[in-house]
Design a protein around this ligand. Structure first.
Ligand SMILES: [Zn+2]
Length: 330
């Protein structure tokens, strides 16, 4: 092998490693020239960007995007776009719920994760034109447009669906999964899992899981949003039961979520923030919480730029035991 080719192989391995995928096994025979390993974050670099990967993450909750909002769960298209523009301007980068709960947060140094969640599969959130494009005015179309204007702002989100989502268009869930959106379970019939008995609750979750797997062959739902935020009497039944297993279960309210590396993180009860501007109960809404998280005392999750290390300020709490071995205090 020429030295040029050997160098090329080393660079290819470096690039794959830098993107977070496992590096290919070393080939037999002469070893390639070793490319420098990807730089790991130092305490100085983490401090410079104020990294805090034990900080809090806003998981925003949306239902309908309609021109004439009728309840606190609705938002108008202009308000929705303005909220996304605000997030982009404040260095937030969307990730899915599944990315968050599995700790797959590969974000540039100094940026913050945000999760955009949409419950109930409303056609105002996503619909396809006859040509198979996201319909104008839908939340997905607006999100894609904002991402074009802000290239670092990833157009990803998590959709929690019941039966016949998005007006029953059979193409919808397949399109979302093919475009890196997450499809999560919200039970087939929007069942109140607290009122239901134990076996009815697990059956309702399993039915919702199965309908997603039927709609998108090969897809495995990884998270659940509780209808009405109502937990089963035994909370762990929302995480695991006959026919389903999840990395995270979302509540309806009412504040930022702990980092998955925080000792406060409970995968069976992850809080969300209702998207909301001023008005009734605004103290639970996103405008209030984004102000708070952006303040000096906000304890917001800020990435260190190194997906393999969990950086945090020594002044704060210690990481959960599961993250201790990869943590870096400054
Ligand atoms: Zn719902």
């Amino acid at each position: 092998m020429s030295s040029f080719l050997r160098l090329g192989a080393g660079l290819a391995a470096l690039l794959v490693t830098a993107c977070g995928a496992p590096a290919p096994a070393a080939p037999a025979g002469p070893q390639p020239i070793r490319a420098p390993s990807p730089s790991r974050v130092t305490a100085e670099a983490a401090e410079r960007v104020g990294a805090d990967e034990l900080g809090r993450v806003p998981i925003l909750m949306y239902h309908r995007i309609v021109a004439e909002p009728r309840s606190v769960y609705d938002r108008g298209p202009a308000d929705f776009r303005a909220e996304l523009e605000r997030l982009a301007a404040e260095d937030y980068i969307p990730v899915t719920t599944s990315d968050l709960v599995t700790g797959k947060l590969d974000l540039p140094a100094g940026t913050h994760p945000v999760v955009l969640t949409f419950d109930d599969g409303d056609p105002s959130v996503f619909a396809l034109t006859p040509e198979g494009e996201p319909a104008p005015g839908t939340a997905v179309r607006i999100l894609l447009d904002v991402a074009v204007a802000h290239p670092r702002f990833r157009p990803v989100a998590s959709f929690y669906v019941n039966e016949n989502p998005f007006g029953g268009d059979e193409r919808a869930l397949r399109w979302l999964s093919e475009h890196h959106f997450e499809i999560g379970n919200h039970t087939a019939q929007h069942t109140n899992l607290r009122r239901a008995g134990e076996s009815a609750a697990t059956a309702a979750i399993a039915e919702g899981d199965a309908l997603i797997r039927r709609a998108v062959p090969g897809y495995q739902p990884a998270t659940l949003a509780l209808p009405y935020g109502a937990r089963p009497r035994r909370g762990e039944l929302a995480l695991r039961g006959p026919g389903y297993s999840y990395g995270g279960v979302l509540l309806v309210g009412a504040g930022p979520a702990p980092s998955p590396c925080s000792p406060e993180f409970d995968p069976a009860a992850i809080p969300r923030i209702r998207s909301q501007g001023a008005g009734k109960e605004a103290e639970y809404g996103s405008a209030h919480w984004l102000d708070e998280l952006g303040s000096a005392a906000g304890r917001r999750y800020t990435a260190d730029g190194d997906p393999a290390t969990v950086s945090y300020p020594r002044s704060g709490p210690e990481p959960a035991p599961s993250c201790a071995s990869v943590s870096l205090a400054y």
